[in-house]
Design a protein around this ligand. Structure first.
Ligand code: A3P
Length: 299
């Protein structure tokens, strides 16, 4: 029901669904066949944490010189969904033809796979990884709307109470939510040069400095000249919710997945319009317990 259809399987501490993109079969297939390159860049997230935004930003940062002299209208982010510009490794291994991302170095990929289940090839290579997370209440709200928008027309609507029960008990795709974050947070604390840990809230509050931070971490720092000429602001505008939601107003990413499903409100704190006080306190308590002693907070 809702975002859980069919059986759930626990693998290395996380819930997977059969025949879905994030399934044990996919994790195994990647483990066996995926070959990371040392120059690769990976973006890891839980669904509904700002993946689409991060994809757009990283694509725009890394490729900024490629499109500098072209007319702006040819920039891929002005004509295509960020998910087409920067694919998930989970879908990439099933493709027969190489995508744009495969053709250039650095290759850019995203993943929802928990750190513990990432292909060994990625863990052992020198590639860099950015992890973006978002406060649990907004992830829950975003997931709730996404699930209802994409539901099989024969299926019934998920109520918010049902979504809350599923989420708080750890049942979200690739959940539990808290464990996914903890896995990446640990490795970013131990190896800050390999994993950059970001929150959606910090990105929203101080986009300028975070875009610069991401660029520097990836080895694509903005020059003084670029900063003076407003290159950072230009990327922020290109990847803004307003711009991307306009570009993706029509069409489908894949059958049954409209482009506009990835752009709803793009705000921090919409949970206040959905959660009761009691629900909010329950999630606060779980989050406090799960993140106890860890330096993880949402602005
Ligand atoms: P809301 O449902 O709260 O609006 P993901 O990309 O991981 O699926 O996450 C989707 C969430 O990110 C949605 O949140 C969506 O609106 C928001 N989002 C998409 N593009 C964004 C952008 N350019 N800036 C900020 N938020 C964005």
């Amino acid at each position: 029901r809702g975002w859980i259809t069919g059986n759930l399987y626990m693998y290395q501490g996380f819930w997977h669904q059969s025949m879905r993109i994030i399934s044990i079969e996919t994790v195994m297939a990647l483990q066996d066949t995926f070959k990371a390159h040392p120059t690769d860049i990976y973006l890891a997230t839980l669904p509904k944490s700002g993946t689409t935004w991060l994809k757009a930003l990283v694509f725009a940062i890394v490729n900024r010189n490629r499109y500098k002299n072209n007319s702006l209208s040819t920039h891929p982010l002005l004509i295509s969904n960020p998910h087409n510009c920067l694919p998930f490794i989970e879908t990439e291994i099933y493709r027969h033809t190489p995508t744009y991302a495969k053709a250039h170095s650095p290759r850019l990929f995203a993943t929802h796979i928990p750190y513990i289940s990432l292909p060994q090839s990625i863990l052992q290579s020198n590639c860099r990884l950015i992890y973006l997370c978002r406060n649990p209440k907004d992830v829950l709200v975003s997931m709730f709307h996404f699930a209802n928008k994409l539901r099989d027309k024969s299926g019934s609507l998920l109520t918010f109470e049902e979504a809350f029960e599923l989420f708080s008990n750890g049942f979200m795709p690739i959940g539990p939510y808290w464990d996914h974050i903890k896995g990446y947070h640990k490795v970013s604390s131990e190896h800050p040069g390999k994993v950059l840990f970001l929150t959606y809230e910090d990105m929203k509050t101080d986009t300028l400095n975070h875009v610069k931070r991401v660029a520097k971490f990836l080895g694509y720092p903005f020059t003084e000249k670029e900063e003076t000429e407003g290159a950072v602001q230009e990327i922020i505008r290109l990847c803004s919710f307003e711009n991307l939601s306009e570009v993706n107003k029509h069409g489908n990413l894949r059958e049954g997945i409209p482009n506009d499903a990835f752009f709803r409100k793009g705000e921090v704190g919409d949970w206040t319009n959905h959660l009761t006080n009691e629900m909010s306190q329950t999630l606060d308590r779980i989050t406090r317990e799960k993140f106890h002693g860890l330096d993880i907070s949402f602005n």
